[in-house]
Design a protein around this ligand. Structure first.
Ligand code: TMP
Length: 234
């Protein structure tokens, strides 16, 4: 089933299959932060992220969001639709944290009166610079119609996941999405949704249950990933 490797990213490998419209993603335990400057490994992360991301994608499909998800093949491998990734990181924020808190001089935990969407241009050499709608349209990263679809999906995903996670004792602080285009031009949610790409805080204690434990050397990294898994899939 698995044919040649098409791509190796920081957290996943992507393989071709016999079907040109499908590929297989294989989740690694490798972890990086600060654009690859900090490197490490989070034991069991690949399994947790594969299963959690697939769980979220199945739920989102039921909510009417098209995704790349096709079938979970093993604990680390998933069959997905082959897409051309739109070169944008789509960030949705409910609570100020991370780079937004720093940029605007806000305390982490400041609850904003409405969600904020930000975009970064996916380019490691440039450090994924932030861009706005005007840059995206002027540089042809996406068309106006595609951008409207993407931002609509991002807000809908936020509304759904925020409520779903809170029912499991988790506050969705912020998260990053990536979208892809299938060969017929359909925009689908791609990449992953996991503790690598979201900020999850315990709703009682505000304890961080995500990759910030690795980024900031807070300890208990593996335990945090397992805790999210246990709450949602255990
Ligand atoms: P930031 O506060 O560092 O800009 O991160 C915002 C959200 O995006 C946070 O949930 C972590 C996620 N994220 C990624 O998934 N990949 C990245 O490379 C970065 C910088 C952030």
């Amino acid at each position: 089933m698995k044919k040649e490797q098409l791509y190796e990213g920081k957290a996943k490998k992507v393989f071709a299959t016999e079907d040109p419209s499908l590929c297989i993603v294989d989740y690694k335990d490798d972890a990086t932060a600060f654009n690859g400057e900090k490197k490490g490994s989070i034991v069991g992360k690949g399994v947790v992220n594969n299963r959690l991301s697939n769980h979220f994608m199945r739920l989102l499909e039921k909510e009417g969001i098209p995704t790349h998800f096709v079938e979970e093949l093993s604990e680390r491998e998933t069959l997905v639709k082959r897409v051309t990734i739109i070169p944008l990181e789509v960030i949705v924020r409910n609570i100020a944290a991370g780079s937004l808190a720093k940029r605007l001089g806000l305390e982490e935990g400041y609850v904003m009166s409405r969600p904020v969407i930000e975009y970064s241009y996916k380019d490691d050499l440039l450090g994924d610079p932030m861009v706005n709608d005007y840059h995206i349209l002027a540089m042809n990263f996406a068309t106006a119609e595609e951008l409207a679809t993407i931002s609509g999906y991002a807000l809908k995903i936020n509304n759904f996941l925020k409520d779903y996670l809170l029912r499991h004792g988790i506050v969705l602080v912020d998260f990053k999405l990536e979208f892809g285009k299938t060969s017929d031009g359909t925009i689908v949610l791609a990449d992953e949704i996991s503790p690598d790409t979201c900020r999850f805080w315990d709703s009682e204690t505000n304890k961080k249950l995500d990759k910030d434990r690795f980024r900031r050397d807070l300890g208990g990294v593996e335990e945090a990933y397992q805790e999210v898994y246990r709450r949602l899939l255990g």
